[in-house]
Write a protein that binds this ligand. Structure first.
Ligand code: SF4
Length: 451
């Protein structure tokens, strides 16, 4: 829904209209921002790096947790104060009344991935320049990530109905992109210099379910719109490929051989959220946890350097001390290498608000600290085991302060995992993949030297 609240900004004849962008939220929201920026540049708008130089500011919001909603509302307020002309989009945009109540001066509000509506609102408030040239935009689109890695969004929405989550309400049911479009985009990104692809969605392993795994052709070969074929296609591109938001459905096992042969990065981001059957039931999680531990152990036998990242919620309504102990045992036994942990929050409109057994904040806090301590031990043990190994790392750039380089191993996704602090006798640059000896480690990060 688009709400128009003001008149178009007058712009000087021949001046190129400039749009500022504030992008909040998860990688999926970042991909939305990239699409919007690509559309804006394709139409001849310029992107302003600051409020002062912008004729109008777009704020792409996050509405998942209450803290993210507050951050989004603050960002809108800051943009209004600094610039005055603000259009809001993204997840919180699904609730225009909340935004308009807090900030009646916003020009327009559009919801998540409503690219057309965002552009319409921009056109309404900032006249598009004449004669836009499509060739202003590189074939791979415009990206907000560094040149050497890119997020690849394979679908929107989600068919699950986890009780703590409002994403399906905000973004709707699963809508998979055709596999040949995804693979073509990935190939263009690689051609533009990307060395690492990060596959994202709400539920990566459900890819293609909504289109009944529609068959397509890409570069003369037959592919079905499904998780395994996607991994197969991406593995042909010769770059690091990380799979995020993978649920442990049985067919995930089939991608393990691609990791064993080295064509998919040995990294799985699986949002387990919990390990106790009682809590998972209350959470209405999609995948059965039966045999998960057994399967993880088999994956590790097949791919010894596999890194597993996950997210968990502690203090979910009804979580007993026993449930929590089950969770701690799970992260220790499964050796979850990297984990994000959230204290349960009552998200507006989430079904879990109505569950019985809400826990006091001090219990959530105490469990969160115990979780983090247990996870730090697992992470430190993994990091210590890396000392003395030689492995490929990708350079993210110089660490000016320390006079070293920041890099990541195959076990580290950008932004969320650890880093490798690297010394090198010869200059290296962002995107280089170099061989490094790991010489030291702390709980989360590694220290090494380029060979
Ligand atoms: S799988 Fe569950 S938590 Fe993830 S987006 Fe879907 S409903 Fe939300």
């Amino acid at each position: 829904m688009t709400t128009t609240l003001d008149r178009p900004a007058p712009i000087k004849p021949n001046a190129i209209p400039k749009v500022g962008l504030v992008s909040l939220g998860c990688p999926k929201a970042l991909v939305d921002s990239e699409r919007i920026v690509t559309r804006l540049r394709a139409e001849g708008y310029q992107i302003s790096p600051d409020y002062a130089g912008a004729d109008l500011v777009l704020v792409n919001t996050c509405g998942f947790l209450d803290s993210a909603r507050d951050e989004s509302l603050d960002a809108i307020g800051e943009a209004i104060e600094a610039n005055g002309k603000v259009i809001v989009t993204g997840c919180l945009g699904a609730e225009p009344d909340v935004i308009e109540k807090a900030h009646p001066k916003v020009l327009a509000v559009t919801g998540p991935h409503q690219y057309e509506q965002v552009m319409e609102a921009v056109h309404t408030h900032l006249t598009p320049p004449h004669n836009p040239h499509e060739d202003l935009v590189p074939e791979s689109g415009l990206r907000l990530t560094p040149r050497h890695y890119a997020y690849l969004k394979i679908s929107e929405g989600c068919n699950n109905r986890c009780s703590f989550c409002i994403i399906p309400k905000l973004r709707g049911d699963l809508a998979s992109r055709p596999i040949h479009h995804v693979l073509t985009e990935a190939e263009q990104l690689v051609r533009a210099g990307v060395k690492e692809l990060l596959v994202i969605s709400q539920d990566t392993s459900a890819y293609g379910l909504d289109v009944k795994y529609a068959p397509q052709t890409w570069k003369g070969d037959a592919y079905e719109t499904r998780f395994l074929d996607l991994a197969r296609g991406l593995s042909s591109l010769g770059v690091w490929t990380r799979l995020h938001y993978v649920y442990p459905y049985p067919h995930v096992d089939k991608v393990i051989p691609l990791m064993a042969e080295g064509s998919i990065t040995p990294y799985l981001d699986i949002p387990f959220q919990h390990a106790s059957a009682n809590v998972l039931k209350a959470m209405k999680r999609p995948a059965k946890q039966d045999r998960v531990l057994e399967r993880i152990q088999q994956w590790r036998r097949d791919v010894p350097d596999l890194a597993i990242r996950s997210t968990f919620i502690v203090g979910f309504p009804g979580e007993t001390e026993e449930d929590f102990e089950i969770l701690l045992d799970f992260i220790r036994e499964a050796k979850i290498d990297r984990a994000g942990c959230f204290k349960y929050e009552n998200v507006a409109h989430a079904d879990s608000r109505d569950l019985p057994g809400h826990l006091p904040e001090d219990v959530k806090e105490e469990r969160w600290h115990r979780f983090m301590a247990a996870q730090a031990e697992v992470s430190a043990a993994r990091a210590a085991a890396q000392v003395g190994t030689v492995q490929d790392v990708i350079i993210d750039g110089p660490d000016e302060q320390a006079g070293t380089y920041l890099a990541r191993s195959k076990a580290d996704a950008p932004e969320i995992d650890g880093v490798v602090y690297l010394t090198s006798e010869t200059p290296v640059k962002a995107g280089d993949i170099v061989s490094a000896e790991i010489v030291n480690a702390d709980a989360y990060d590694l220290f090494g030297r380029v060979l």
